[in-house]
Design a protein around this ligand. Structure first.
Ligand SMILES: *[C@@H]1O[C@H](CO)[C@@H](O)[C@H](O)[C@H]1NC(C)=O
Ligand SMILES: *[C@@H]1O[C@H](CO)[C@@H](O)[C@H](O)[C@H]1NC(C)=O
Ligand SMILES: *[C@@H]1O[C@H](CO)[C@@H](O)[C@H](O)[C@H]1NC(C)=O
Ligand SMILES: *[C@@H]1O[C@H](CO)[C@@H](O)[C@H](O)[C@H]1NC(C)=O
Length: 509
């Protein structure tokens, strides 16, 4: 459906689902003036299928998933949802919902099988080029992540990946190629996805490649230093982001006219109590997870709490690093799913608290035996819609209302029967409540410019393999057939309702 047709249809829609009725009327005038991006999100390793036959090199995830014991169901992304071959069909599914943007990532190893030490794989360039053209043909803006967890294995083998400052040269070399070949058509770039999670999972608990950890965190066979390496890897990621942004700003942005940012995972941290200790612990938790990256990139320094606690374990920025960091970013991408309580472990006795190098706090999902929000279908997710408003307002206030995009938000489904999976009322309710809460933040002045549902399709969910399903479309992993869930049919109405909420706000002003 063309956007204009969608909005026209929107006029006539009356939504009704479990427990509430929302009438959805939208004038053409409003829809035309609205440039809010609504989309679905994906990533290369979770979607494409590895397909080395086009010249792609091995990524760290290709290697990692083929080692026994890492992934719950022993699966991998060799086929994933075969998006590589089915992207035209998938674009049609998006167009049917009336979204105007698609977030996907580029497989670094498909473009540069050997990093900067080898040739550009032109078949990879051609694949993404065709994908971008096909999206634009349907009026869908490509929103592109440069690395969504996956890096060429070559870089891991040669010099230890993110642990080595050389990766700045590789990442910016890769970014340059992407800007050069795709930047005429791609106006939104994300350097990396959930950067702090990559540093923590790869180098502290060792659950993700390169599976390094030590001491109380485990004794990984690959070795590691859980108390230092996460900070070294993160430091190199921050500088890699900066190096890519510098190239974009100095060589491309003026003529291509796009935006570039980074995506962080930002769950809502609620103080367990109003004690000054718990409030300080909550601030520490935010700094050790989110501000860890955003402060250096936006404010030019690590958060105070990290400097105080980590001392010399936190790398320092040189004068030339700081000059490069000053290129900053144009937007903050936020992946948001759930909320937890935070309790102090620095000044208080705390049995299961985390270590000093994590910020000495404890996360819990209950207070006085009551969960923070309604439990979802997986043990880590709680439905706490206020969380998205609070997260956005926190980021707004700390970073001077830098433009934001919700680059992921979604509901993890656990159902094993197709009937239950297709009738995903929990997901529809979740999206509805989170979008309403997001609209509150925008009403309060937050500069949020888009929302991406994770995910278009059920897909390879990392360590969970194919055991949990986030898709708006159900995927049968035997024949890879896609079937719309209730959420796919409701997404147009949710988008429409969201625009009405905002229109009401504009009218009041
Ligand atoms: C790792 O080995 C050290 C030294 O042997 C030991 O103290 C520590 O408990 C081990 N860690 C885990 C998580 O088993
Ligand atoms: C903390 O204080 C706020 C504002 O007074 C109040 O709404 C909230 O319930 C308090 N939280 C706790 C856990 O006592
Ligand atoms: C799925 O989630 C529901 C709701 O929380 C729960 O009752 C059920 O036990 C879960 N099933 C599995 C297989 O985890
Ligand atoms: C998935 O596809 C296979 C092969 O066509 C079919 O036998 C199976 O019934 C399908 N599963 C579901 C849940 O629809």
């Amino acid at each position: 459906m063309e956007p204009a047709v969608f909005w026209h249809t929107c006029l006539a829609i009356f939504i009704s689902f479990s427990g509430f009725m929302v009438s959805c009327h939208l004038t053409d005038q409003v829809s035309l003036s609205s440039n809010f991006l609504f989309g679905t999100a994906s990533s290369s390793y979770q979607y494409e299928g590895a397909f080395l036959s086009d010249g792609k090199g091995l990524s760290n995830w290709d290697v990692f998933t083929h080692e026994a014991g890492h992934v719950k169901d022993g699966s991998n992304g060799d086929v994933a949802v075969d998006h590589y071959h089915r992207y035209l069909e998938d674009i049609k599914l998006m167009a049917d919902m009336g979204v105007n943007s698609f977030r996907f990532s580029i497989s670094w190893a498909r473009i540069l099988p050997k990093g900067r030490f080898g040739k550009v794989n032109m078949a990879g360039i051609e694949y993404y080029s065709k994908l971008i053209d096909a999206l634009l043909l349907k009026g869908i803006q490509p929103f592109v992540t440069l690395t969504h967890y996956d890096i060429p294995q070559e870089l891991e083998d040669r010099y230890g990946g993110w642990l080595n400052s050389q990766i700045q040269y590789d990442f910016s070399y890769f970014a340059n190629i992407c800007f050069k070949y795709f930047g005429d058509r791609v106006k939104y770039w994300i350097t990396m996805n959930e950067a702090s999670f990559v540093a923590i999972s790869g180098y502290r608990d060792g659950s993700y490649p390169p599976a390094r950890c030590s001491g109380i965190f485990g004794n990984c066979s690959a070795g590691g230093d859980s108390e230092r390496e996460p900070f070294i890897a993160a430091h190199n990621m921050i500088l890699s982001h900066a190096a890519a942004v510098r190239i974009y700003r100095t060589r491309y942005q003026k003529c291509q006219g796009g935006m570039i940012g980074i995506t962080m995972g930002v769950e809502w941290y609620e103080p367990f109590s109003n004690s000054s200790e718990d409030i300080a612990a909550t601030q520490r938790a935010r700094s050790f997870y989110t501000n860890w990256f955003l402060d250096p990139i936006i404010l030019g320094r690590y958060p105070e709490e990290m400097v105080q606690i980590l001392g010399s374990n936190l790398p320092e920025f040189s004068v030339s690093d700081l000059r490069m960091l000053s290129y900053g970013l144009d937007f903050i991408g936020i992946n948001h799913y759930s909320a937890v309580y935070i309790k102090d472990c620095l000044y208080s006795a705390c049995e299961h608290g985390n270590s000093w190098s994590e910020g000495s706090y404890l996360t819990t999902t209950q207070r006085d035996g009551v969960y923070i929000g309604e439990p979802g279908e997986v043990d880590w997710q709680f439905v706490y819609p206020q969380g998205i408003e609070k997260v956005v307002m926190y980021i707004k206030d700390r970073f001077n209302n830098t433009p934001m995009f919700i680059t992921e938000n979604g509901f993890a489904g656990n159902s094993s029967s197709i009937e239950d999976a297709l009738n995903d009322v929990h997901r529809v309710k979740y999206m509805h409540s989170y979008l309403n809460s997001l609209a509150n933040a925008i009403r309060k002045g937050a500069d949020v410019r888009g929302y991406f549902a994770w995910s278009l399709l059920d897909n390879f969910e990392w360590l969970d393999g194919y055991t949990i399903r986030f898709g708006l479309y159900y995927v049968n992993y035997t024949n890879l057939q896609r079937t719309p869930k209730l959420s796919a049919t409701k997404y147009p109405e949710l988008m429409c309702n969201f625009h009405i909420e905002l229109e009401a706000h504009t009218a009041q002003k």
